[in-house]
Structure formats: C-alpha cells, structure tokens
Design a protein around this ligand. Sequence first.
Ligand code: FMN
Length: 171
Amino acid sequence: MAKNLIIYYSRKGENYWNGSIKNIAKGNTEIVAEFIQKAVGGDLFEVDTVKPYADDYYVCIEEAKKELRENARPELKEYLEDISEYDNVFVCGPCWWGTFPMAIFTQLEKLDFTGKKVFAVMTHEGSGLGNCERDLKKLCTGATFGEGLAVHGADASKSESTVAAWAKKSV
Ligand SMILES: Cc1cc2nc3c(=O)[nH]c(=O)nc-3n(C[C@H](O)[C@H](O)[C@H](O)COP(=O)(O)O)c2cc1C
C-alpha cells in the first residue's frame, strides 16, 4: 500500500478572516492537513520556525514579505531528513504573498524527491494556489505532480468532505 506523508506549515494567532482580523487557536492549514490524514492515512510533519512570526497580523505580513523578497530560508525547530519510505507527499501551507511561507522552502530543499508524487495544498483568502505549484516544481526535483487543492482558509473547518474526496482520488 502506498505511504503518504503530509508536510505542513500553519500559523496560529491573528489572521485575516473573510475581510477582518480574527484570532484563531488552530491554523487553517493544520485543519486541512489533518483532514487529509484522516481520509487517506499517513504521517504528519509540522514545519515550524525557530524564530516565531509576530502575532500581530500586520507585522507578520511585513515579516513574510521581507523573507520572500530576500528569498530567505528561516531556520526550523526540527528537520525532516529522509522521505525514502514515502510514495506520496502532500505539501500544505498558507498562501503568503502568493506562495508558501519560506520555511516550507527551507524544509523541501533538504529532501530527495526522486520518484515521489507531490501534491500542493494551499489555504488562502482569495489567491487560490497562487504560484505554489510553480515553486514546488522548482523545489521538488525528480518528483511527479498531482493536481493541487486550494481551500479558502476561513472555510477550512467546513472543508472535510471536499478535502477527503480530493485526497482519495489523488492517491
Ligand atoms: C503573512 C501572510 C500573508 C498572506 N498572504 C496572502 C496572499 O497573498 N493571498 C491570500 O489569498 N491570502 C493571504 N494570506 C491569508 C492566508 O493565506 C490564509 O489566512 C491562510 O488560510 C492561513 O493559514 P494558516 O492559518 O494555516 O496559517 C496571508 C496571511 C498571512 C499571515
């Protein structure tokens, strides 16, 4: 049976939510990543940075913009080193300025994707998948790519049936 890995980054705290700012206890992407696991099984790996982003949404978006401009690779608390046992890799993250947070880039660059099937999953407030599939193709050399999934962040908790149907047909 194929083995699935679900890599995700998700930020708790203040976030943009259907046009206003709301404090969320569990990140939108984390909710979606768990729906994928529930639907098709697999291991979850959370990407987390040593240096936390600001709780304040507006400060955080400036921090993220600076990292994107500088093509930064923020240091992570823990690194996944070896994904050789997996067949399918779901890469899940919020849309930050049109792509994944740079922390996901830090992690993906460390891995050998030869022969893996990779799926992009992005939660967003209007940008959909943005540029994340283009960026994944650059980061995951040697992989093949399945159809990605964009989930409106504010609807993450209501997305289980959509996410599960997509995940089941993907693997
Ligand atoms: C730093 C930052 C940048 C963002 N940039 C975008 C964007 O370019 N397009 C978009 O649709 N949503 C953007 N958002 C909204 C998030 O993508 C959305 O709220 C997402 O669901 C958050 O997921 P999380 O709770 O897992 O971190 C941004 C949010 C933050 C904090």
